[in-house]
Every structure is written in C-alpha cells, then in structure tokens.
Write a protein that binds this ligand. Structure first.
Ligand code: CO
Ligand code: CO
Length: 326
C-alpha cells in the first residue's frame, strides 16, 4: 500500500505559494484608504489581522489564512494550517473565539477520507486553542488547499501591532527558524522532520500571553516573508532600524544541512531580493538565505522580551538602512 504524498499536489512549497511581498504591495497600493475611529488596525502596515472596536473595551480581530500542503500527512497538514491561521490572532494580542474552515479539494483525485483527516487536524488544534469551529466553505479545486478564517477578541487598548516598535527595545523570536528549507527537503525527498512538524503545530498562544503580560506593543508572526521580510515590515512601519545579531538566531536541527544541500524555495529568494535594497549585511549569502527562509506557522517576532524566546537583536534609531545584520 502506497500512501498519498499530499505535497506532490502543490505547485509551490509551503508558504512559498504566497504572492511575493513586493508584488502584493504594488497591487494593493491604492487600496489602503479605509479609516475611521473604530478601525484600530487596518490595511496600512500589513498587519496580521484587522481589528475593529465594537464597544468600549472590546475589539473584534479578523483574519484568514490558507495554503497548499506543506507536508504529506493529511492530519499534520490540517494541524499546521490551523495553527498558522490562529497565529495571526495571537500575533495581534487577541484571543481566537470562532473559526470557519476554508477548503479547496480535488475531489476526483484525492479521497474524501484524506480531507476528513485534514479537517480533523484543524479541529484538534482549534480545540487546543479553545476556539470553536463552525462549518466553513469548500470548493472543488485542482490543488488541495486548507486554512481558516478566524475571528478573535481583544482589548483595543492592548493590541500588538507592526508600527509600535521603538528604538532601544530588544528583538526576540519565540520559535526556531528553518521550517522552510526542511519542508522543501521533505517535498523533494519524502524525508520526515518531526522537529519541523512540532514547531509548526505549536500554538503561539503562550508566547502571546507572555508578550501582553510584559506590556509588549509591537509583534508579528514570522511566516511566508521570512524573518527578514517580517522584521523589515515592522521596522519600516515603526520608523526604526532593526539590528539582527545573526549568531543569536535559533535554527531547527537539519536546517543548515538542508540549506547546504540546496533546498531553498523560490519564496525565500524573493524575500531576500525584496529586503536587499534596505539591508546592510555583515554575514555571507548562506546566512542571509536562512534569515530570509519562508516560514510556515512560525514564531512571534516581538519588540521586547519574554521567557523562552531568545533576544536576536535590537531596534535602534532610524539609520541608513532599515535592516542591519551583523
Ligand atoms: Co501573520
Ligand atoms: Co497569516
């Protein structure tokens, strides 16, 4: 009996199926005009979710995220996609309360039982998050896709956003990098990397709670644009420069070997190309590629410190470049 390899039905590798960051910014350039006193966080700085105040002390957090299979196992794919979608609520300082499934499925090619496994994975992760799941929407699609639209709640006075980092604050990261190169290797060779699965299925719930507890005001999660892409967006929105100490950035086991063996996704190259004009680098190209590695369900990137998340650099007053790697 041969098992179905879900990744073979995806044209791109993981979050590498994202529209490249520069291209997307060009497309939405004139579409950022929505404002109003109750819109706490809108489109302007490419935040993880939109936040709208609905009454005094209560805001709704809205986000959606879905993608093609990043791993072969259907249940794990469901768990990863759900953890990734929920993460955008956590990254804003919100608490997810209800999610709906978003499904594309090639029903002529892949059995319904596999889709059931995907959905079961998503359900298990939402249960762990304490988030209800209410139905969803599905279409017949040549390429399998799964994710969630998630609604959360937050205290509008205590949300975490992209534009609130200040010079003098440390930069910390709550998960190791490297799932991009490991997923790329998995797709090519079928080798399984439990450390990557464990990282991608881990909720950012605890890290977000610790960040709110610590009074942190700026956060995002590291996903398809890689550490460098998301850090660039945060520093640019905040009007500061981010200095990264490359040696302090944590990597999953096997990430460096996967890079050495050439398992770098197109998305990672595009991330690096996008930030390069804004970057002063004191490290080699390989190190930059690892720092730009497109993540799926990555950790929280924080302007501040929490237990268990290493400090990887600091924000400084705006300098010649938005990013400095040393
Ligand atoms: Co995000
Ligand atoms: Co997202």
């Amino acid at each position: 009996m041969t098992s179905t390899r879900l990744t073979q039905f995806a044209h791109g590798g993981g979050c590498a199926c994202k529209i490249p960051p520069g291209e997307l910014e060009e497309i939405v350039r004139d579409l950022t005009g929505d404002t109003g006193p109750d819109l706490v966080v809108g489109l302007d700085d490419g935040d993880d979710a939109a936040i709208v105040r609905v009454q005094d002390g209560l805001a709704v957090v809205a986000t959606a995220d879905f993608f093609t299979p990043v791993v072969d196992d259907a249940y794990d794919f469901g768990r990863i996609a759900a953890a990734n979608a929920l993460s955008d609520v956590y990254a804003m300082g919100g608490r997810p309360v209800v999610a709906v499934n978003l499904v594309g499925w090639p029903r002529d090619v892949l059995p319904g039982e596999l889709l059931r496994e995907v959905l079961r994975g998503g359900l298990d992760i939402c249960r762990e998050a304490g988030c209800h799941v209410g139905g969803g929407h599905s279409i017949d699609d040549p390429e399998p896709k799964y994710g969630l639209a998630v609604t959360g709640v937050a205290d509008p006075a205590r949300v975490m956003r992209n534009d609130a980092a200040r010079a003098g604050q440390p930069i910390s990261l709550s998960k190791h990098l490297g799932v991009g190169v490991l997923n790329n290797r998995h797709k090519s060779t079928g080798e399984v990397f439990p450390q990557a699965i464990a990282s991608m299925t881990a909720l950012n719930k605890r890290a977000a709670a610790a960040a709110l507890e610590a009074g942190i005001a700026a956060a995002t999660d590291v996903t398809g644009f890689g550490l460098l892409g998301h850090l660039y967006k945060m520093a640019r929105a905040s009007g500061v420069t981010a200095v990264v100490d490359a040696a302090a950035v944590p990597y999953l086991d096997g990430a460096r070997e996967a890079l050495r063996d050439g398992f770098v996704s197109g998305g990672t190259w595009r991330n690096l190309d996008w930030v390069r004009p804004h970057l002063a680098s004191g490290v080699d190209e390989d190190e930059l590629l690892l720092l730009a590695d497109a993540q799926t369900s990555g950790g929280l990137l924080l302007a501040g410190e929490i237990p268990g998340a290493p400090v990887i650099g600091e924000f400084v007053p705006r300098a010649d470049t938005t990013l400095v790697i040393r």
